[in-house]
Design a protein around this ligand. Structure first.
Ligand code: ZN
Length: 256
């Protein structure tokens, strides 16, 4: 059966339109260093805050010498220090050892009207994401309970992150309104971005924040954006490689 050119044109349009609409929600993820490198104790900042902001208005990370948790929200950079104090980081030359950033923009939102635990919130977010690509989130809402942590500034020789967070200061807030900034990332990117969910929080009054450990959400508006690319600003040094024993001569690498 022959199809008219008009039919083919219409069919092509109908097929292409949803794809074009979906593409508007896709962005590129920019990363400074890798999570594995941070876990290994690489806290020397390299690219400055300005490099991050050139790649986006959304982000999470930390600062030179692991000096607190970073939240980038709507192009503003906030630092939650180990004493719980929060300040806006206006120094664009401040160096960054690890961060994830992206151009997020306004985006479309989905409302959550019922109370949720951190676990049920994650199950809900699972329904919004694709199975294999990082999904970036901005979630503004009211949180009857919120538990966060920050990390204290370190001096050389730097300990591993696991040693630092064994003594992390924890903050417990009640009834705060603010924004969760974070992402879900697939297991395949674990060494680079971490895997699963990772959120930082900042309250509307900029008095509460940190790396989220647990929460209860009363109501929230979820903005989501998928990342289909990852650009990594590679670190200049690799503590993992520097400290790893050199393989014995002639030994074959067994890992796939
Ligand atoms: Zn964090």
């Amino acid at each position: 059966m022959k199809r008219s050119p008009v039919f083919l044109l219409l069919a092509a349009f109908l097929l292409a339109a949803p794809l074009a609409m979906a593409r508007q929600d896709v962005t590129s993820l920019y990363e400074i260093s890798t999570l594995d490198n941070l876990l290994a104790g690489h806290y020397d900042g390299q690219p400055p805050v300005s490099a991050m902001l050139a790649h986006g208005d959304w982000g999470i990370g930390t600062f030179h010498e692991l000096d607190g948790e970073m939240i980038v929200l709507d192009g503003r950079v906030y630092q939650v220090r180990a004493d719980g104090k929060i300040r806006e980081m206006t120094d664009r030359d401040a160096r960054v050892p690890f961060a994830l950033a992206a151009a997020f923009g306004p985006g479309q939102s989905t409302a959550i009207a019922k109370p949720m635990t951190y676990s049920s919130l994650q199950t809900f977010l699972d329904s919004l994401r694709s199975p294999g690509r990082p999904m970036l989130f901005k979630i503004h809402g009211r949180f009857p309970a919120l538990k966060t942590r920050s990390v204290p500034r370190q001096r050389k020789p730097y300990p591993k992150l696991s040693e630092v967070i064994a003594h992390q200061p924890v903050f417990e807030y009640q009834d705060v309104t603010g924004t969760l900034v974070g992402l879900w990332s697939p297991a395949g990117l674990k060494s680079f971005t971490g895997s699963g969910y990772h959120f930082h929080f900042i309250s509307d009054d900029r008095k509460a924040g940190g790396h989220v450990l647990d929460l209860q959400a009363a109501q929230a508006e979820v903005f989501a954006r998928e990342a289909d690319r990852l650009e990594i600003a590679l670190p200049e040094t690799w503590p993992l490689a520097e400290t790893a024993a050199a393989p014995a001569a002639g030994r074959e690498i067994q890992e796939p």
